[in-house]
Design a protein around this ligand. Structure first.
Ligand code: NDP
Length: 281
């Protein structure tokens, strides 16, 4: 059994991104917008700014009060859409309830939609011809690649069907020629489905949800979950201690998929800058 070291893979990738960015005539630029004062969102925003510094990117941060109107937010996005220094615009979700998150995501120009949440980029991912990778699922694919884990012809089961993780994860595995099953809360006999997985990706959001008897011997288990256990400690979806010895590869939480997500955001911002340079030639 090998424990996949997401921190190391992520650090390695960030070095490559930094080296590639340093060769460009201008720095890639990311604007991060946070509306309200959700503590988890504040941490994510702080980490994104830090990642920009590490990769030598230009960054702008907008911390707006929870009372910000949708119109004000859309105006800011419009301004950033037209700003050549900015290659990626990220609105940290969730936004306060009075703001329509779909309208906000759709307002970001597809070239600067580095989260790849907008309709155009989602469509491209579906077709398999995409510039921007959905960050968390793409991070999972990079981990599999870093450990030379074969995907083609394998049975992959993704538990969870959210638009930001489960669905795009299933598409990326499908593009890599896995035979993919997507399971969710209405799946009957879930353990029978997951036991069939050579590669099991869990994106559910429930601590210790994936138990030993749900995992096939020698499976690759990827835990996307970021949850708090009964003691408030960060944990994944997988009952790690019970499951690990049954697997060939497993990601820990923390230190598995988590560090990859922001790295893939940096990758997308770099890609956006490269496209802009190409277009202006
Ligand atoms: P959502 O809540 O949007 O989706 C959860 C999915 O799990 C749903 O599709 C739901 O099914 C399914 N589910 C819930 N209960 C069960 C059950 N009993 N059996 C089977 N399936 C079930 O969550 P996200 O996709 O946004 O996130 C999932 C997890 O990943 C969370 O812990 C989140 O914190 C973490 N995460 C981690 C990231 C990282 O960077 N590492 C980034 C993003 C998320 P249904 O559709 O039927 O309701």
């Amino acid at each position: 059994m090998t424990i996949i070291d997401g921190k190391a893979v992520s650090a390695n990738l960030r070095e490559k991104i930094k080296a590639e960015a340093a060769l460009l005539p201008e720095k890639p630029g990311l604007a991060v917008i946070l509306v309200g004062d959700d503590p988890a969102s504040q941490t994510y925003v702080k980490n994104k700014k830090l990642a920009c510094e590490q990769c030598g990117f230009y960054s702008e941060e907008y911390r707006l009060p929870a009372s910000t109107t949708q119109e004000e937010l859309l105006l800011l996005i419009e301004k950033l859409n037209c700003d050549d220094k900015i290659n990626g615009i990220l609105v940290q979700l969730p936004v306060p309830e009075h703001i329509d998150d779909v309208a906000v995501i759709q307002a970001i120009s597809p070239e600067k939609d580095v989260d790849a949440f907008g309709y155009e980029n989602v469509g491209k991912i579906m077709i398999g011809n995409f510039h921007y990778v959905p960050c968390t699922p793409a991070g999972v694919m990079q981990l599999l690649k870093a450990y030379n884990i074969e995907i083609g012809g394998k049975n992959a089961v993704v538990v969870g069907r959210s638009n930001i993780v489960g669905k795009p994860q299933a598409m990326l595995l499908l593009h890599a020629n896995a035979t993919v099953t997507i399971a969710h809360s209405k799946t009957a006999n879930l353990a029978d489905v997951t036991k069939n997985a050579d590669i099991l990706v869990s994106a559910v959001g429930i601590p210790k949800f994936i138990k030993k008897d749900m995992v096939k011997d020698g499976a690759v288990v990827i835990d996307v979950g970021m949850n708090r256990d009964e003691n408030g400690k960060l944990c994944g979806d997988v009952d790690f201690e019970a499951v690990k010895d049954k697997t060939s590869y497993i990601t820990p939480v923390p230190g598995g998929v988590g560090p990859m997500t922001i790295t893939m955001l940096m990758q997308n911002t770099l890609e956006s800058k490269k496209q802009q340079i190409q277009k202006n030639k």
